[in-house]
Design a protein around this ligand. Structure first.
Ligand code: XMP
Length: 327
């Protein structure tokens, strides 16, 4: 049965058994809803869209087409993991779109954060719609809408526009197989569908991606410094047992330079800011205090491995007054 709302008496999915039962019911509901038609899905590699993809691959196989748009603002290794998990392992019908130049060219010189977000969101819809137009006979659009999205949009907190923005002439029927689930339930369901733990338990990552962690006008070299320092931070958190324990952690490379010395020569490079926070609702956040040893190690690695960085700073500011992201 396809639910429109979460039933009041629905038991929270906390065990493998409950997840398996949900999956079984949904596979049947999906097959009934879709029949022998085709479905399209924008697969970002985030938890929700990945779980929807895994569910639909099980339900309808290659009648699902996934489109993964690389907008150049993804973390290191993300597009590769999407291809490895979905195309190579799950044998999904996956279209990979390298739109890196297209996005970065459009963003060049744009400093206003909201304008950056608008460009990223708008360009994403354009690229996705272009791919959809190339395909024949698609009648459904799958989406990773989850229950809190619906609640927040009903409460007027967040405009829920997952489907939003697609051109008027593209009126697909929606397929939303995790729509009645909370995030923790989506993760268990994803695990039971065979997705890797680092995919289903990953930290939140904003839609505009690393674009908001490269404050001001995005340049390719500074964006690369964000990507590389973020990869080091994630690697060290995983090694030190902090992955899955700390809510969100990332690096920011602001657009100013300071003097330094390297190999006896003067440098004039960017700082790299580390942010690590904990929260339950992201309205209020506290800072995760790292050990001195870990901070020292991170400083050493980032300075020696990331071109363009000569200083590492740690952000000790809770929210409020500071937001999680820098723009
Ligand atoms: P802030 O910076 O508002 O962040 O304290 C709260 C949470 O929201 C995430 N975030 C975003 N997520 N699109 C998203 O999908 C966005 O534009 C965006 N801005 C912030 C942020 O990473 C944090 O988890």
């Amino acid at each position: 049965m396809v639910y429109d709302r979460r039933p009041d008496d629905m038991v929270r999915i906390t065990t493998a058994e409950l997840a398996d039962k949900y999956i079984e019911e949904q596979l049947e509901a999906l097959r009934e809803q879709i029949g022998d038609k085709k479905v399209l899905l924008a697969l970002s590699g985030g938890v929700d869209s990945s779980v929807v993809a895994a569910m639909l691959i099980k339900a309808i196989g290659d009648r699902l087409t996934c489109v993964h748009v690389n907008h150049g603002l993804l973390r290191k290794g993300e597009p590769e993991q999407v291809i490895e998990v979905f195309k190579n392992q799950m044998k999904a019908n996956l279209i990979y779109v390298d739109a890196v130049d297209r996005f970065l060219d459009k963003l060049a010189g744009v400093t206003d954060p909201e304008q950056k977000r608008k460009i990223i969101g708008g360009e994403f819809i354009e690229v996705f719609a272009e791919e959809a137009r190339k395909l024949d006979g698609i009648e459904f659009l799958a989406q990773g809408t989850i229950w809190p999205d619906i609640l927040e949009s009903e409460a007027g907190i967040k405009a829920h526009h997952n489907a939003g923005g697609l051109p008027e002439d593209m009126n697909f029927e929606l397929v939303e197989p995790v729509k009645i689930l909370f995030k923790d339930e989506v993760r268990i369901v994803g695990e039971r569908l065979g997705l890797p733990a680092n995919m289903v338990y990953r930290q939140p990552f904003p839609g505009p991606g690393l674009g908001v962690r490269c404050p001001g006008a995005i340049t390719r070299d500074r964006l690369e410094a964000v990507r590389e320092s973020d990869a080091i931070l994630r690697e060290e958190f995983a090694k030190n047992g902090l992955e899955g324990k700390v809510w969100q952690y990332f690096t920011v490379v602001p657009d100013f330079k300071s003097t330094g010395v390297k190999d006896g020569k003067r440098t004039f490079d960017w700082p790299c800011i580390i942010r690590a926070i904990n929260t339950t609702d992201v309205m209020e956040v506290t800072v995760e205090h790292l050990s001195d040893e870990l901070i020292d190690h991170l400083v050493k690695r980032i300075i020696s491995e990331v071109p363009g960085i000569n200083r590492v700073l740690f952000d000790y500011t809770p929210k409020p007054p500071a937001t999680v992201e820098y723009e």
